[in-house]
Write a protein that binds this ligand. Structure first.
Ligand code: SAM
Length: 316
């Protein structure tokens, strides 16, 4: 479906929970009191309505989607919906080793794994959990069962893990895995993130051997990331730059929150609740259409969007 600003909205991100088994400082508090979660059946109904409005790609996210015991049931229901051609998942990778194969069998094809460092001690300090080995085991299992593409998402923070750029990039040199750097967005408990952003262009300057590749070949490959490649590399390096270079005019996504509200833009307040119409297919589809049309022209991160908008609440 085309939104009010002429953008084709075909990508739905579904936050299945606000709960998370890590506690990354830049993401916002993980000790959510409100744990309202849609059931698998409710998620299926809503995604069906989105599919009728032109959504073809769905990504399961959170919070941490793999803390839900019924995540494979959710995936299977979504992958069977008419019109849904691609189902992906974003995870911190902690529980991934045990469920990569089950997710693939349930219809998930692609996985993004968040990884901000290759140093165990630093991983522990960034996430509050000594889990780096589990993440690497999860990545290896995704490779083994043939999930593809596998992408690592890294957020670099000034004077904290910014020296990790090289070792993260080397993963793409050695394995068929894309490594993407996401600029730190202003969600944090203390509102401090603004001063800690490592801009995409600053990383790029350090690695002159990276050459741009054209990516937007079709709707599925269309991405907010700008990709680079290097001779001898098996994977690509991507940059997602919501702070230094807004990509709102190309944004094709919309978000379903874990409590049944739709957030049309990550960087704007304003949600549309679907719960009062969830059992009426026609009204639900109309409400979804209304939500897509409510998508604002651009995000407001740069105007003091501020704290208390943790990505665990919004759905990363
Ligand atoms: N738990 C899953 C995970 O870790 O991938 C999915 C949710 S998480 C909120 C999704 C992504 O958002 C992660 O890659 C995380 O690094 C990123 N993220 C969280 N807070 C962020 C921030 N303030 N700026 C940029 N990215 C952020």
């Amino acid at each position: 479906m085309i939104d009010s600003y002429g953008r084709k909205i075909n990508y739905l991100r579904v936050s299945v929970t606000k709960r998370c088994n890590l506690n990354c400082s830049y993401c916002g508090a993980c000790n959510e009191k409100d744990n309202t979660e849609l059931s698998a059946e409710q998620i299926e109904k809503i995604v069906r309505a989105f599919a009728k409005c032109g959504i073809t790609k769905v990504r399961l996210t959170g919070g941490e989607p793999l803390v839900r015991k019924d995540i494979c049931d959710i995936a299977e229901r979504i992958s069977k919906i008419d019109g849904i051609k691609k189902l992906a998942l974003t995870t911190n990778g902690i529980n991934l080793k045990d469920c990569a194969k089950l997710l693939k069998d349930a219809g998930v094809t692609a996985v993004n794994i968040s990884l901000d460092t290759t140093d165990s001690e630093q991983y522990k300090s960034l996430t509050g959990y000594d889990g780096l080995t589990k993440v690497f085991d999860g990545i290896a299992e995704c490779e083994r069962v043939g999930l593809s593409p596998i992408r690592l998402n890294a957020v670099l923070i000034k004077d904290k893990n910014d020296i990790q750029a090289e070792s993260l990039i080397n993963i793409a040199r050695d394995r068929k895995i894309d490594v993407r750097f996401i600029e730190l967005m202003p969600f944090s408990d203390d509102g401090e993130n603004e001063n800690l952003v490592v801009r995409g262009e600053d990383i790029l300057k350090q690695f002159a051997f990276l050459k741009p590749v054209i990516t937007a070949k079709n709707d599925f490959e269309k991405s907010v990331a700008r990709y680079y490649e290097a001779e001898g590399f098996k994977g690509r390096i991507g940059f997602i730059t919501p702070i230094s270079d807004k990509f709102c005019s190309e944004c094709n996504r919309i978000r379903l929150l874990s409590d049944g509200k739709v957030k049309a833009c990550l960087g704007n307040d304003g949600v549309i609740d679907l719960m009062d119409v969830i059992d009426n297919e026609e009204l639900l589809t109309n409400r979804v259409r209304e939500a897509i049309l409510s998508k604002p022209m651009e995000h407001k991160f740069t105007c003091g969007y501020g704290a208390s908008h943790g990505l665990n609440k919004i759905g990363g």
